[in-house]
Design a protein around this ligand. Sequence first.
Ligand SMILES: *Cc1c(COP(=O)(O)O)cnc(C)c1O
Length: 380
Amino acid sequence: MDATLAASLRARDTAGLRRTLRPAPAPGTLHGFASNDYLGLAAHPALVEAAARAARDFGAGATAARLIGGSLPPHHALEDALAAWKRTEAALAFGSGYATALGVIPALVGRGDFVVLDRLAHACCVDGVRLSGATLRVFRHNDPADLDRLLTLVRRDHGGARVLVVTEGVFSMDGDRAPLAELIAVKDRHGAWLMLDEAHAVGVFGPRGGGLAEELGPGPHVEVRMGTLGKAVGAAGGYVAGSHVLVDHLVNHARSFLFSTAPVPAAAAAAAAGVELIQSAEGAARRARLRENIRALRAALRRPDDPAASAIAVWPVGEAAAATTLAEALRDRGIFVPAIRYPTVKRGAARLRFTATAAHTADDFAALAAALAQTLFPIS
Ligand SMILES: *Cc1c(COP(=O)(O)O)cnc(C)c1O
């Protein structure tokens, strides 16, 4: 086995695509632009204390799947907090965002049904569709007209099928936003359902940090709002927010919920604390600081200011090896930023992916600008 696997690793190496695990930079050593902890909540005392208290009160492990061992108070508290935040009837917590998509999509559609997916949607959504047995159709990135065209064809040929549209609010490796209002209008016209992955929109957009669906306001309808508790929420886990019927259905049909041990109490309690904090005055102040830091990140990259920009800014490179070399050159100058390569993005579309957080300081951006002046912008 090892000889076979080593050969495939060598092939990845030759293509400049081999990954290796590296330690995260020790605090205070490098200026990090790799974190998705957009509001700087992961190390917040309120979350750390909530996790510690839950571990002391309920143990380190949840001991069983919830339908076997019963739910613990932190699970219900988290789901109540999520539903109140998202202003939905109900919510359901999963072990991770990845496990959420893997459970939810096959619970909603199966053989004979259709999923129409944005071309750049996250791997967990692609894998969820594969697992479901539904037929996959892909629409051009952020193109409601192309979605309309595909839905028209699906409805013409398969009138009675279930059709689920899946997209991200903010695209994880591009940083751009979905035209949500237009997508909702199109899917409503065709009687399709929408699942919105808000992984990178939550905490950043919306008056209470609830993401793009919240920013649109009440009225427009997203049937399935999913996200992760591991990024702006500062903890770990995944969730779906939606109707009572949706959540009841998922409790009965989502296999990554049914057959997986419940989230550890510490993670659920930390996530609930993160959800509360995001909506508080402190959360609003952190969002304002994040907004300033997004502007500073864009300025360092010599991009125009854009008040609607996400926290993700991408520097396109092209070849994988060149992206890795550039990331290493930045690391040598004190900047920690990931080179994003195939299969995370398509071949030949490697890039550097910078993220801003509320925890960045003016010093971080000064160091970034100085390093970029020697690497990305050497002659100007
Ligand atoms: C990170 C991410 C996920 C997965 O969430 P985890 O909790 O990390 O498993 C899902 N969708 C998108 C768009 C993501 O960026």
